[in-house]
Every structure is written in structure tokens, then in C-alpha cells.
Design a protein around this ligand. Structure first.
Ligand code: FE2
Length: 138
């Protein structure tokens, strides 16, 4: 059965929520560890791990997001460049709003996203040179 547009949007929203929760709970766990609250840290860590390894993974499989290495590299590269562009727009808007702290944060994120995109491009070149067939194996 083909997935409806609404279900695809709902799946995207659910996966974004799972990914956000995973990342945020890792920060919560780190904060608890800094204060030597080991049991609470383990609670956050366990839930964060489940969000990534189970909930997000199940959504990604259902959405068919993981493909061969070549497609995964293309997807990641496009995503990184889009994130960099978004952060650049957000930096401009924050600056226009007079929020120099947020503008600097978005500008740093833009730079980091572009650096990651450069890393992905380099990886694609290396992989293509070493084993082009490996990149497109399912
Ligand atoms: Fe979850």
C-alpha cells in the first residue's frame, strides 16, 4: 500500500520528535552526570537510546529513508547544505531583530554544517574512487 501524504507528514513529525527527544535527553543525562545523579542520568540515557535505536529507526525504515551508501551520501549532503542555508537565513533574521547572540549561534551552526557537508563530499570522492560498485549496493 502506498503511504498517503498525511501519513508521510505524520511520520516525518514523529521522527523529528523522536530525534529531538533523543538529543535533548542526552543533554539531560549529561547534566545529571555532572551533578553525580547517576540514577537519573541512566533514566535519561536509556530513554534517549530507545528513541534513537528503536522509535526513530522504526520510523526511518517505514519511510524508506536508508538506502545504499551513494544515496545516503547524496541525501546527507543535500540535508547539510539545506541546514547551512537555513542557519544563514536565521542568522540574518536574528541580526535584524537585534539579537546578536542568536545571530552568532546561527552563524556558527551554518559554518559547522558547511564543514560537515565538505566532509561528506570528500567521503563521496574517496568512496567513488575506491569502490564505485560498493556505493550503490543495496
Ligand atoms: Fe519515542
Amino acid at each position: 500500500m502506498t503511504m498517503t501524504r498525511r501519513t508521510k507528514q505524520n511520520l516525518d513529525t514523529a521522527m523529528q520528535s523522536e530525534a529531538f527527544t533523543h538529543a535533548l535527553y542526552l543533554r539531560f543525562a549529561a547534566r545529571a552526570r555532572m551533578h553525580k545523579n547517576w540514577k537519573l542520568a541512566q533514566v535519561f540515557q536509556t530513554i534517549a537510546d530507545t528513541e534513537r535505536t528503536k522509535h526513530f529507526a522504526e520510523g526511518a525504515n517505514l519511510a524508506g529513508l536508508v538506502s545504499n551508501d551513494a544515496e545516503n551520501l547524496r541525501y546527507a549532503l543535500n540535508e547539510k547544505r539545506a541546514q547551512a542555508a537555513m542557519c544563514g537565513r536565521f542568522a540574518i533574521q536574528a541580526r535584524a531583530d537585534g539579537d546578536v547572540t542568536a545571530a552568532a549561534c546561527f552563524e556558527k551552526l551554518r559554518t559547522d554544517e558547511n564543514t560537515q557537508a565538505d566532509t561528506l563530499e570528500a567521503a563521496f570522492r574517496v568512496e567513488s574512487a575506491q569502490c564505485p560498485a560498493c556505493l550503490v549496493e543495496a
